[in-house]
Write a protein that binds this ligand. Structure first.
Ligand code: IFM
Length: 444
């Protein structure tokens, strides 16, 4: 096992991650209003089996025992997100004290058990009222987000050391407003581009708000992978360039270099859309951050399907997870080295993990050997990147427990802890036991 972590610094940290809508449930309790996911999941056909996050893992009611379970894993950090409509119903105005009290108690429980809280402000659950007012394509949403950041900081800023603004803005913008596979389910490329910019603006405004309040560890989390051409045919090369442009550079370039990539702006214009940049926006967006959160699951190979720029992702012949995502650990190493070289911001792995069709609990045991192997190979890939010069400070596994996997409902299980959705019983899988042992050994 020690080979897996060879080269990681002594202060490298370990953790687990979740998000509010995926685990909390209690969707209409204590003053919470609806989010876009509450609405979207009720749309026929939007989510597998017509499922939703009404109950999810019932974490809202089971939080103390869930925190005790987190502590038993021996992790340093727990990354969670705050449900915006729970703490600021409707997305504007005063705090909902009951909703905020949940997070205050969560933070206290974590600190009491020696686990550092890592707070993500936005993991996709926009208050429905803000969507009705225009959602992320509407510029005002960015200012509402900065206000929300301040509201949360008023309550938790004295105890939470690390703040992430957004989780995976690519998913919010592209799946939410272009393909319509995620809430709010709109299908309009131009709106997706407006959403992209306003998400980045929201991030920058929130960073400025939180920095002014003295937060020392601030960042954003992006989902990224490598994008390679299927051949040296210039059309395949261009397909890979475009995918990298829309997946990575459209975020990282403005965040770190204060400009959108020229080639991506050309691609956007060719589709009759634009990024609605106003004077001063890029200075706000590139306000310095302390860490980039990297969420890695897979990497892609692209093949052109016509001469007009259409392309598809082609198989690399690798084993796949239950999501159908190819398992490409060396893509993780390559991605981290590339991010180090092109951007040079300290990184933390804020998500990495896999869904598999786990065997049911037998004698209190779930033998999820595929997940153990996935995690082992990906932690090793991070260590290889660190040995190669990437400044990666920690690793947070996705996910603490099985949960609501968005459009896939509860069918796809990413947890290292199994959740029985009938009884809400939690069972540590083999991967949780492996992870606990890995962390213990890495510390020796
Ligand atoms: O479950 C999601 C999470 O909410 C965001 N990152 C990817 C995970 C797996 O799909």
């Amino acid at each position: 096992m020690s080979d897996v972590t060879a080269g990681l610094p002594a202060d490298f940290f370990w953790g687990v991650a979740t998000s509010a809508y995926q685990i909390e449930g209690a969707y209409d309790e204590d003053g919470r209003t609806l989010s876009i996911w509450d609405t979207f999941s009720r749309r026929p056909g939007a989510v597998a089996n017509g499922e939703n996050g009404d109950v999810a893992c019932d974490h809202y009611h089971r939080m103390p025992s869930d925190v005790a379970m987190i502590a038993r894993l021996g992790v340093d950090k727990y990354r969670f997100s705050v449900s915006w409509p729970r703490v600021q119903p409707g997305g504007r105005g005063p705090v909902n004290a009951k909703g905020m009290d949940f997070y205050s108690r969560l933070v206290d429980e974590l600190l009491e058990k020696g686990v550092d809280p890592w707070l993500t402000l936005y993991h996709w659950d926009l208050p429905q009222e803000l969507e009705d007012a225009g959602g992320w394509p509407h510029r005002d949403t960015a200012y509402r987000f900065a206000e929300f950041a301040g509201v949360v900081h008023d309550a938790l800023g004295d105890r939470v050391p690390t703040w992430t603004t957004l989780n995976e803005p690519w998913c919010s913008a592209m799946l939410g407003y272009d393909t319509g596979r995620h809430a709010p389910g709109r299908k309009n490329f131009g709106e997706a581009m407006r959403a992209t910019h306003h998400l980045l603006l929201a991030h920058g405004l929130a960073v400025q708000e939180l920095r002014a309040r003295g937060v020392a560890s601030l960042g954003i989390t992006l989902n990224m992978g490598t994008h390679s051409p299927a051949s040296d045919d210039p059309r395949d090369v261009d397909a890979a360039r475009r995918a990298d442009g829309f997946g990575t550079r459209i975020y990282m370039d403005p965040l770190v270099h204060g400009r959108y990539p020229e080639d991506v702006l050309v691609d956007i214009a060719a589709r009759g859309a634009e990024i609605p940049v106003r004077s001063g926006d890029l200075e706000i967006i590139s306000t310095p951050i302390d860490v980039v959160g990297v969420n890695y699951y897979t990497s892609h190979v692209h093949k052109a399907t016509d001469d007009a720029g259409a392309s598809e992702v082609v198989s690399q012949g690798r084993p796949v997870t239950a999501m159908g995502w190819e398992i490409v650990p060396e893509g993780f190493t390559a991605l981290l080295l590339r991010l180090q070289q092109d951007y040079g911001v300290p990184m933390v792995i804020t998500e990495n993990g896999a869904a598999f069709d786990d065997l049911d609990v037998e004698d209190g045991f779930v033998a999820d050997v595929d997940r153990v192997e996935y995690l082992r190979s990906h932690v090793a890939a991070v260590a290889a990147a660190v040995r190669g010069g990437a400044d990666v400070r920690g690793y947070l596994a996705w996910s603490l427990m099985d949960n609501f996997e968005w459009g896939y409902g509860y069918d796809k299980r990413f947890g290292i802890v199994r959740v029985d959705y009938v009884t809400q019983e939690r069972t540590l899988k083999q991967s949780a036991q492996w992870y606990r042992e890995l962390i213990a050994q890495a510390r020796r």
